[in-house]
Design a protein around this ligand. Structure first.
Ligand SMILES: [Ca+2]
Ligand SMILES: [Ca+2]
Ligand SMILES: [Ca+2]
Length: 267
């Protein structure tokens, strides 16, 4: 039988481990309430439509479209990539501030950056370059494994699997925060695809993994009580587009619709 002197340190370690596990499961160190997390997955667009609708509804307002300026505390902005001109889609690179131009419908308050070569929106079926749709221009396999939520363009970084999203008062250079960000992913095979949210001071508000759906669609949306999200780091699969999905440890994943809260000017 163990004596008290050896039992106490053991009990103490168990308690500390339990506290540590609890702290790890908490959404960052912002001290606010836990965010609302909505997830869904399935083999076709219809299978995630309800959860995407539910996420839009959490913002308590309408789709605020692409007008400049902040339209009050409620509502959301959405990007489906589909109306992009061919010159800014594959095989060409996308302009990082395309959806923060000063005029409607491009004033949506989001700027995207990657440490890689650039950003790309996939080609549509009648593009003048003859590029295969759904990133088939980078690897023909991709046109078979990536479905679409909204027809027909998708989004991905190139030469990296990281994208940083920052928010602005739509159509201006004034930094802004949002209540939440959610997006649709395609062909998530492993637990490498995730969002990490940061406040204006660079503190993490939590990291959230996307549901897995081989050859299918996944949705992840996170919503905070207040507009405290200044930046979102988005991670796609195990690495950049290029190699065959499923070969060795390779998992490539891309995105369709982005949905985010109405950008609010920093206090
Ligand atoms: Ca689309
Ligand atoms: Ca796959
Ligand atoms: Ca994949």
């Amino acid at each position: 039988m163990k004596s008290r002197t050896t039992l106490y340190p053991i009990l103490l370690s168990i308690l500390l481990l339990a506290l540590g596990a609890l702290a790890c499961s908490l959404p960052g160190s912002n001290g606010g309430n836990a965010p609302t997390i909505l997830t869904g997955s399935g083999n076709d667009a219809a299978s995630i439509t309800a959860v995407v609708e539910e996420y839009r509804a959490l913002f308590g307002g309408e789709n605020n479209g692409g007008d400049p300026g902040t339209k009050g505390p409620d509502g959301f902005r959405e990007i489906n990539w589909d109306t992009l001109p061919d010159e800014l889609a594959a095989p060409n690179l996308y302009a990082p501030d395309f959806f923060n131009q000063p005029e409607a419908p491009r004033a949506r308050g989001i700027v995207l950056n990657t440490p890689g070569e650039g950003l790309m929106v996939s080609a549509d079926r009648d593009n003048p370059y003859g590029a295969l749709p759904r990133f088939g221009n980078l690897n023909p396999q991709y046109a078979d494994i990536f479905k679409t939520f909204s027809e027909e363009r998708l989004f991905s970084p190139v030469g990296s699997h990281i994208v940083n999203l920052t928010f602005f008062v739509p159509g201006t250079n004034t930094p802004a925060t949002v209540k939440g960000f959610g997006a649709v992913y395609l062909d998530v095979d492993t637990n490498h695809t995730a969002f990490e949210y940061f406040d204006k001071d660079g503190n993490s508000l939590g990291k959230f993994e996307t549901p897995i759906s081989d050859n299918g669609l996944s949705f992840l949306g996170v919503m905070f009580d207040e507009a405290i999200v200044y930046r979102v780091e988005v991670r796609y699969g195990t690495g950049p587009l290029g190699p065959n999905d499923g070969e060795g440890d390779v998992d490539v994943a891309v995105m369709d619709n982005f949905i985010f809260g109405e950008p609010q000017v920093l206090p």
